[in-house]
Design a protein around this ligand. Structure first.
Ligand code: ATP
Ligand code: MG
Length: 425
């Protein structure tokens, strides 16, 4: 196989590694996603290598020779290298995995390259390319992954695959949607069968969350979410998750809302997967959302975002698209503690409602609100004290009024602020 599609710098590194492997008398292969993506002509610089022999010792040697940073995970017989030019590489020992129990991380034992490939998820991810110089570019493809790549198919290696590791159910959908491939017939049957059992319930919170959020982090998650609905997988978020027509419409509007937001506010960093999760939970009860947060062991920030779903978003949306136009300071108060993710959700909800006038109004409010976030009063508590006001809770009220007046454009200068304070003394 030609590795010439790899940019010059990593290619040079791979050749160097091939030479080192020859010196050490071990066989080294490039494997998994990067090989698949090379064959698909898609860029991927996540270099995954496997070594028939002691992978960690070999990784230490490579790190040493190339001046790369090294992190070792003994338990998984894996090491991660970080090169000075920000290139990253995983080096592992070829291994077989014994699944003591379904859905639990397997125990690891060293094994041959063939055995290593046989534990992988799909044929298209079970192709290896040797790097030893005499065999540089030689392909190991025992499961005909290349044939499936040409046929645009996702196929498991054996019938027990989804039971061995139910995360593959989500991975299958991820690759199917990302590449626009199809699940091969037997594979769909096995997947549907596995999805109809309670296997996924055996996954730990972090593993389930990881799969869900990875799926939602794809470039176009909307179809993947629809696919999850079709395969009855959404029940693993919560058995009473309300996946209604309206929820589907809001989910479908999220990409457009994200695009609009990114154009308007390029500095805002949005947790996109969480926005999809929020949209998906839009009509579920507070209690259901609470259980989901715990099931997925969401982080504090993610949980806070989920807290906007439902009543808070609906209330804000109603007020912001009301015929009685809200003043800028009212909008500011209404949205003051909303996260950017919650604002994107507001927008997606309104976009899905197909009401042009209200949508324009909402967009104007959002732009004004974000700009107003940087408005500050000139006067501070210290100034109020100097003006003879007794310190106390009224400071907050007065400074709040000053800020509102500034936001509403009623006052513009320090003198006007002082005059407003004096009126309230
Ligand atoms: P991506 O482009 O999303 O990173 P990838 O194929 O590189 O896709 P990774 O999760 O990075 O996926 O895993 C690297 C490789 O490890 C896969 O290509 C596959 O061979 C193997 N692998 C990963 N997860 C599993 C799993 N759950 N079961 C079996 N093999 C797996
Ligand atoms: Mg990868």
């Amino acid at each position: 196989m030609s590795l010439s599609k790899i940019p010059a710098r990593p290619l040079q590194l791979l050749e160097h590694i091939g030479r080192l492997a020859d010196e050490q008398g071990v066989a080294v292969y490039l494997v998994g996603g990067v090989v698949r993506d090379l064959l698909l002509k898609r860029e991927n610089l996540d270099l995954d290598l496997i070594v028939e022999g002691d992978g960690i010792a070999f990784a230490r040697l490579v790190a040493d020779r190339a001046g790369a940073g090294l992190a070792v995970f003994e338990r998984f017989a894996t090491a991660r290298l970080a090169f000075p030019d920000s290139l990253k590489m995983d080096i592992a020992t070829t291994r077989r995995e014994a699944y003591a129990e379904s859905a639990v991380l397997p125990t690891v034992q060293a094994a041959s390259i063939e055995e290593d490939l046989s534990r992988r998820d799909f044929t298209i991810n079970a192709i290896a390319v040797q790097l030893n110089l005499d065999h540089f570019g030689r392909v190991r493809d025992p499961y005909e992954g290349r044939r499936d790549l040409r046929a645009r198919m996702i196929r498991v290696l054996h019938a027990g695959s989804f039971e061995d590791d139910p995360t593959r159910i989500f991975r299958a959908i991820r690759f199917e949607q990302r590449f626009g491939f199809r699940l091969e017939r037997t594979t769909v049957g096995l997947l549907a069968q596995a999805a109809s059992t309670d296997l996924i319930r055996g996954l730990s919170g972090p593993r389930l969350r990881n799969e869900i959020l990875l799926l939602f982090a794809e470039r176009e998650p909307v179809r993947a979410i629809a696919r999850m609905g079709q395969l009855k997988l959404l029940r693993f978020l919560h058995s009473r998750l309300c996946y209604t027509k309206h929820v589907k419409q809001v989910v479908a509007a999220v990409p457009k809302a994200l695009v609009w937001w990114a154009r308007r506010f390029p500095d805002s960093v949005i947790d996109r997967p969480v926005v999809y999760l929020m949209a998906l939970s839009g009509e579920s009860s507070h209690a259901v959302v609470g259980v989901m947060i715990r099931r997925l062991t969401l982080s504090r920030v993610q949980a806070k975002n989920m807290g906007f779903v439902g009543r808070r978003v609906d209330h804000a949306l109603k007020r912001l698209t009301d015929k009685r136009t809200a003043t800028p300071s009212q909008v500011y108060r209404l949205l003051a503690d909303f996260s950017d993710e919650a604002l994107v959700l507001l927008l997606a909800k309104q976009m899905s409602a197909r009401h042009g006038a209200r949508l324009s109004l909402l967009k104007r409010h959002l732009v004004a609100y974000v700009n107003n976030k940087s408005v500050k009063t000139v006067l501070t508590g210290r100034d109020l004290q100097a003006m003879g006001l007794q310190p106390g809770p009224q400071y907050k009220t007065i400074l709040g009024k000053l800020l509102d007046a500034r936001i509403d454009g009623m006052i513009k200068t320090e003198a006007e602020e002082r005059a407003l304070v004096e009126k309230q003394m």
